[in-house]
Design a protein. Sequence first.
Length: 549
Amino acid sequence: MNDATARVDPWSESHQETGVVFTDVEHCRRRWYRDPRWFVAAAATLLVAVILYGLFGPDPPILVSPETTVITGPPAADGLPDYAAARLALAGPAPPPEDNAAVDLLLMTWPMYLSPSDLRLVCTAVGIPDSPPASRLLIPEWSGNDAVTLWTVSDASEHPWTTNEHPALAAWLETNATFLDRLVTAADKPRWWLANPALLGGSPDWFGDAPAVDALTMFLECRALLHLGEGRHAAAWRDLRAIERWGRLLADPRNGPQRQLFQLSVQSVQIRAARSIARHLLPLPALPSDLLAEIRTEFASDEAAPDPAETLRGERLQSVGMVVSLARRLPGGRSARPRRVQMDRGEVNPLVDAALATRLDWGGVLIAFTEAHDDALAALRLPTHAARRAELDRLRAGWAATAPAVRSVRANTATVLRGLIEPRRRERALAAWLAIDAFDRVAYVDAPAAVTACRDLVRTAVALAAWRADRAPGEPLFPERIDDMVPRYLDHVPNDPFTDSPLRYRRVGDVVLLVIAGDDGIDNGGDDRLDIVVRMPPPPSPGAPPPPP
């Protein structure tokens, strides 16, 4: 390099005495670290990398423990618990088909909305061949052009009726009498056991047993009220007793881990039986004494409320199992998670959908859900209905605030972005959203109180009917105060579970009202649209001829 072409860094000229000369390239290499922009760029790159890893990196493995997965075995192939096997194990082995009421229900309503592949799995599990029966009961639709629909049945189940009022419905009940009689007989079987296909490796979205049970018990109630309307008291009691027995079968805690039926479906069967017995059968003045004694024996025991932990056991296992299934690799990757949750839960939450598409510490999700479960369990163990209801409402409001179902674009964007930035917020939002769906106040607070209330009304109505039967001619048919029946006819005056106060008893002449407040916890003066009311003697049915003068 000659003097004409060489370019010497001026800075190097001041160091010629050292004999070291730096070119431009060497100078740039030496001084890049002195430029703060490099540090800013490096820090920004590192921050973006950390954020991207936090959003889309691999999920941390789940630590199998009672605090996270609830159960620790049996393990599946990937080392996580096999929830289907665990729930089946908790339910115990299937009873013999002749002892299993669910087998009768399946054969009567074949194929009970099951696909052919799921039907084979279920039949194998309960121990019967998967060949169709010779005949089955065709459940009507809710609407249509047929003479009998489910709305027809529902309307006729409100009060006693006669063949002249609904001739087509009476003919339909007579045509299907064989199936309904089989339902009555099956009510005395010792067990209900019906495995959901999802527990057997089949479809995860089958709920066909719930509508089948609801429909068939509604048919029995409808036929019972036809019997009452035409004076066949013993036949009416046989059908209503069968509904009550079905309610006991379905509420058996041994069926809980499988969650074969929605909680509300089980409770609706129990409420249906007790209400009809208390409202329509017991108030009849011509009730035979032997029938009254049989009803009194059937409802003699004051059943304790089920332990909430036992009631929630199946729900908890199902929810935790769903979380663990999401943590496993799904076909389609993370993009399949929101679709899977929407299929299971039937709703969309933008924050939850965004969280499901990111990296999640599923152990943190499970721990947060366990905390929510423990809080709900503590709420359900409070001593009064009002306290249970208020505390569960408070918890649900807190969960809703943690996992808001935002609607507006601005609120949606802000909430989702904040949730994406904070991993802990994503985990708790998902757990809170699961808790909102799992712990429904109606299913775990209001409906159990209604079951208790209706059973107490039956026992009180039985006592009043027995008091009335023991009165001599000319004596008042009913006591002045409900306390007068204690202890001969009643062990104690039942409480109204909605108000935690004694059941209200009102007598006007020879007419008595038993009143329990409805879900609102308010005594609405015996308005049976809002309260649970029994009137003795019963009011005349619509369409019935007026009483003789």
